[in-house]
Design a protein. Structure first.
Length: 168
């Protein structure tokens, strides 16, 4: 009996009966099944304007982070889209080395978190409290780094798309 169930499960997986994608694996090409998703067009926006390179003055507007995702298995095969951020700051000796903080947040393509068109492949994260944005009135001077990447349901990770902004 155990052998029969194992054989049945193996058959279901190899024929494409089991899966998380809305696309039928049986109709997907071998190339698309083997390729990892990609990210591109990473941006940081404030009041609808892309911030590039240098920020001099702060504002009270929230930051919007976005990146475009393409997945050979279709967007439904994307498990998560992540943005890693690193900010400048002072360490416990009041020096710039090893100060600041970093972390990760998830980006969304579902009509929430600043996303205006659900399901279009552009993933967003809105930072209304200016916790990780480089343009806030109280944001410290230094280099801000934002890196986007994604992972599909098969465990394949994309490339990294980066944005670096310097706050004066």
């Amino acid at each position: 009996m155990r052998y029969f169930i194992s054989l049945l499960l193996l058959s279901a997986v190899t024929t494409g009966v089991v899966g998380c994608s809305d696309e039928n694996p049986a109709t997907m090409s071998p190339t698309s099944m083997a390729a990892a998703p990609t990210v591109s067009g990473a941006e940081v926006l404030v009041a609808g304007q892309a911030i590039q390179g240098l920020v001099v003055d702060g504002t009270d507007e929230p930051s919007l982070f976005r990146v475009r995702v393409q997945a050979p298995g279709g967007l439904s095969s994307v498990q998560r889209v992540v943005m890693r951020y690193a900010q400048p700051g002072r360490n416990h000796h009041n020096g710039p080395m090893m100060g600041g903080f970093s972390g990760t947040v998830l980006c969304y393509d579902d009509g929430t978190h600043g996303d205006d068109v659900p399901g279009d492949g552009t993933y967003h994260f809105m930072d209304p409290s200016e916790d990780i944005g480089c343009h806030g009135v109280q944001a410290p001077s230094g280099e801000y780094q934002y890196e986007f990447w994604c992972e599909d349901v098969f465990g394949r990770q994309s490339n990294v798309a980066s944005v670096t902004i310097v706050r004066k």
